[in-house]
Design a protein around this ligand. Structure first.
Ligand SMILES: [Zn+2]
Length: 934
């Protein structure tokens, strides 16, 4: 199948002679390798002259030399260790390859980068890195100097493989790509090597890669039956590509650190959810903050890829029509928001290395304006086909970058310059995060997150004042407040994360989040300052994360008070002070002009351990909590705050990803919990727990109870000598089993005897449909479009402990469903009053938080909003002695929703006091008004 004609080869040799100072060596191809490429490619149309051969090298081992098989061979997938082994061998053998470790994963695997360029460039990498780092900050860089650097600099093209673990091809492909780039002497490859620095991240999710290879090998050994990839990384699955805002995962932090180190010009992420090769550009609307030049380069590169591969006769290479380009949380958006460009491929993978018949959905094979050369409807597809598409696409992109080397570097520089210029001429001129606010810890954490994102953060060295457009807006902040000037190269990052997302109405909403405004979701006041005089404020630049300073006023007193700010450190403190008796104020109170919110801690000296003061000192030091000693008990009703025993339940029958985000947050905050699965409920009667949490998942109540199937062999998820990467986080003999009726019975009995069952999102369907609760239903919505946005909620019942510490209106994350409906029918006028009272007290759910009746959208996009306005956001359903507390909002969404954490922490900490302030039955008139409003 080699279509490289003799004349092409001769031209190649001739050009080598001109370009290379080293003696000309005619390069021969490895005929065995080429023969196998041909054999494993299922159709002549799926290959081209860029990848139908592989040069032989006497010094540098090819994948065939190293592994004994070529890349894309049927049934062969390599583990992270094997891939690193090959890349290391490449680095040792070739002076054009350098290998670097960039950090560790949660499970302590290394993350590796492979750098490839011509020998001289590899020998002088630091110089090229400095060129790009200098151009990244145009402030104080004279135009002439910039042009000189642009003329000498080389773009860095950063390739990401293996982010999505079931998409198995890219980590294989990049090994062959690395070899080819290092060894091949064709003018095409030489041009790339001389003009571009290629950095390859062969496995972006090493923990998931090894689990995936294990599950694949397991299936091969078990008649093609085995577990799907329940866990990818330690915490999340597919969402490992949605962590750009919160930076919760090690892989995101490592890639960001690597980006900030290299300042790559292009980042290119390789995925497998397309037919046969979808090149990203997207449909728009593109993110409102992105520089137009970024979008132009997406198109330039995409059109080049599509044109060249189409010229080679390859069907099904297309762009547009998939993905919006709005959400900025994808991994390669690290580049888009920082003046580089981020793009991706979606090729066709078989989630393994099998060659399989694939029938493509007609929606992907139709001929369209954006897809004049559609993929085939039915195809016998191999990993080698996939390799051919990916590798030749990447080579075309690299060649285009090489041919336009100066333009890419200059555009990178210009985007930085645009950002600084916009910050000087356009509002906002700065974002100010006042140091004194309701949630001091959240404010400091948000400033630190911005710092971690690479944004320059200043600390005001004087009190700040500015002119504001409206009397409602803040116009001052005290010394010590954080100031993010907008005349900085990473202005875009700050705007993307801090400003409201105003999605154009009439556009099709994206398949991922539309709104995420972090000050809203973190519960932090941040002010966009429209007055340019803010740029004259005296600030010092924050170089290390700011710390929250705790205070301890008045030691050795009879009582100690801790204000319930709703910050994470309040709940953390309760668990840290586990052996201390703590009471919670049931109302807001004032003491010496200081306001303490409901839920504030009142800690008596009497009856507490002798080291109380030392223990309090430690939470002041380590958590930044403010403790105040007073001589007498404040006059406010209190109840005891008993430390609960918490179980967090994940599911085997659907990905436990959302439970993973809860787990990640609880781990970070050191909030203790026991990790159980739905299957554990069969035998675990939950008597050791006070609170059971079931985060959002995608399993129906029927599946949760019944499991999936019992036909065939059990499918275990556990570590064995043969499959060392499976298991670890949790284990089961058979992933298909549900909780059964015993599990359901245990859950119901747990609630009835006084436990609290917290359900998030769609998990609420379990207690509703399986009749653990009554009177709450999930409404089918017909008009509502509310994909991942920030909505305004308002407090319905501020005497509920769940609401303690919150203001009347709170921003919260919601995505599509569930929309709750509550039946408050108390029997009607024919029932005796005493019965109606009792029904009200024992059965009627207590809606504690609702979606606002007006202006419900804060950031993102909602249409058909009448279906959600005024509906419950959190509802506390009494069941026997206990409660089911259902969340329509998503309080632990991707480490972004710090502002909602305390709704859950309040529920947990007040688990046996949720009846405090339970509402009495409203009189007829009120009731009529209330129902009239619905
Ligand atoms: Zn993917």
């Amino acid at each position: 199948m080699s279509r490289r004609s003799l004349s092409v080869s001769l031209v190649a040799v001739a050009v080598v002679a001109v370009w290379s100072s080293s003696p000309v060596r005619a390069q021969s191809d490895d005929s065995t390798y080429a023969g196998r490429i041909s054999a494993y490619t299922t159709d002549e149309r799926f290959i081209n002259e860029l990848v139908d051969h592989l040069p032989h090298s006497a010094e540098v081992p090819s994948p065939l030399d190293h592994f004994g098989t070529i890349i894309g061979a049927p049934d062969i997938l390599h583990t992270t260790t094997e891939i690193y082994g090959y890349m290391t061998a490449l680095g040792e053998a070739s002076p054009r390859v350098s290998v670097r470790t960039m950090g560790k994963t949660e499970e302590n695997r290394d993350m590796m980068e492979v750098v490839i360029a011509d020998e001289a460039t590899i020998g002088d990498l630091e110089r090229y890195r400095e060129y790009l780092n200098t151009l990244a900050d145009p402030r104080g860089l004279a135009g002439d100097d910039a042009q000189k650097i642009i003329a000498s600099a080389k773009p860095i093209y950063y390739i990401v493989a293996g982010l999505h673990s079931p998409e198995t091809g890219p980590p294989e492909m990049v090994m062959e790509l690395a070899y080819r780039l290092a060894v091949e002497e064709s003018p095409f490859i030489q041009a790339i090597r001389d003009n571009v620095i290629v950095v390859i991240l062969p496995v972006a999710e090493p923990d998931g890669r090894d689990r995936m290879v294990d599950t694949y090998r397991y299936k091969k050994a078990h008649r093609d039956v085995g577990p799907s990839l329940v866990y990818w990384g330690k915490y999340v699955a597919h969402d490992n590509n949605r962590d750009g805002n919160g930076l919760g995962l090690a892989l995101t932090r490592n890639v960001l650190a690597s980006f900030l180190f290299w300042k790559p010009t292009v980042m290119h992420d390789l995925h497998e959810s397309g037919y046969f090769l979808y090149v990203s550009t997207g449909t728009g609307p593109y993110n409102q903050e992105i520089d137009a030049l970024t979008i132009d380069e997406w198109h330039n590169l995409a059109h080049e890829d599509v044109t060249q591969l189409t010229k080679y006769g390859m069907p099904g290479v297309w762009t547009h029509a998939f993905y919006t380009g709005w959400a900025a949380n994808y991994l390669v958006w690290i580049a888009n928001t920082r003046n580089s460009i981020g793009r991706f491929y979606e090729t066709l993978g078989n989630a393994g290395a099998d060659t399989r018949e694939r029938e493509l959905p007609s929606s992907s094979t139709s001929r369209e304006w954006y897809r004049p050369n559609p993929p085939l409807e039915k195809v016998n597809w191999s990993l080698r086909n996939n390799t051919n598409y990916m590798e030749s696409g990447v080579l075309v992109s690299l060649k285009y970058t090489a041919d336009n080397r100066a333009e890419f570097v200059e555009n990178f520089y210009l985007r930085g310059k645009h950002a600084v210029d916009r910050g000087l001429t356009e509002s906002p001129f700065a974002w100010v995060i006042p140091i004194e606010q309701r949630r001091p810890m959240a404010a400091v954490n948000l400033a630190n997150l911005m710092l971690q994102q690479g944004v320059e953060v200043g600390v005001a060295e004087e009190d700040l004042e500015w002119l504001s457009d409206s009397a409602d807006d803040a116009n001052s902040a005290p010394r010590g407040s954080f100031v993010i000037r907008m005349d900085q190269p990473y202005r875009t990052v700050a705007q993307v994360l801090l400003a409201e997302q105003k999605f154009p109405s009439g556009s099709t909403p994206p398949y991922d989040d539309v709104g995420w405004t972090l000050p809203y979701l973190h519960g932090v006041d941040a002010v966009a300052v429209a007055d340019s005089s803010i740029l004259e404020a005296r600030t010092r630049r924050l170089t290390e994360p700011a710390s929250l300073t705790g205070r301890f006023d008045g030691k050795n007193r009879a009582y100690y008070l801790i204000n319930n700010t709703t910050d994470d450190n309040i709940a953390m403190a309760r668990f840290r002070l586990a052996d201390i008796q703590i009471e919670a104020a049931e109302q807001e109170f004032e003491l010496d002009d200081r306001v303490y919110n409901a839920g504030s801690f009142v800690i008596p000296s009497d009856g507490n351990p002798e080291d109380l003061v030392q223990q309090l000192e430690s939470v002041v030091q380590e958590l930044g909590v403010a403790v105040r000693g007073v001589r007498s008990r404040p006059s406010v009703p209190t109840h005891d705050l008993e430390v609960p025993r918490v179980a967090l339940i994940h599911t085997w029958v659907s990905t436990p990803q959302d439970a993973g985000w809860w787990r990640l947050t609880f781990d970070r905050l050191k909030i203790p919990y026991t990790y159980l699965s739905e299957q554990d409920l069969v035998v675990n009667d939950l008597t050791d727990f006070d609170v059971v949490i079931m985060p959002n998942h995608r399993a129906s109540p029927q599946t949760l109870v019944n499991g999936t199937t019992v036909v065939g062999d059990p499918i275990p998820w556990r570590t064995t000598d043969e499959y060392t990467a499976i298991g670890k986080i949790d284990e089961t003999e058979d992933v298909r089993r549900g909780m059964g009726y015993d599990g359901l019975k245990h859950l119901k009995a747990f609630v009835e005897r006084g436990g609290v069952f917290i359900t998030e999102g769609s998990a609420s369907a379990l207690p509703i449909e399986m009749a653990i609760t009554r009177r709450v239903s999930i409404r089918t919505t017909r008009q509502l479009v509310a994909r991942g946005s920030v909505l305004r909620t308002s407090v319905d019942d501020d005497s509920s402990p769940i609401i303690y510490g919150y203001p009347e209106s709170v921003a919260a994350y919601f995505s599509s469903q569930p929309v709750f409906q509550v039946n408050k029918n108390d029997g009607g006028t024919r029932s005796p009053e005493w019965l109606r009272d009792e029904i009200w007290e024992k059965e009627i759910p207590r809606v504690v938080l609702s979606f606002a009746k007006e202006d419900v959208l804060m950031s993102g996009f909602v249409s058909g909003e009448s279906e959600i306005t005024g509906t419950p956001a959190i509802v506390d359903v009494p069941v026997g002695q206990g409660h089911v507390v259902m969340f329509a909002i998503r309080p632990f969404w991707r480490l972004e929703t710090f502002g909602s954490h305390a709704f859950v922490f309040n529920t947990i900490l007040h688990w046996n006091d949720l009846r405090v302030g339970w509402p009495t039955r409203p009189d007829e008139e009120e009731e009529a008004t209330a129902s009239g409003e619905r």
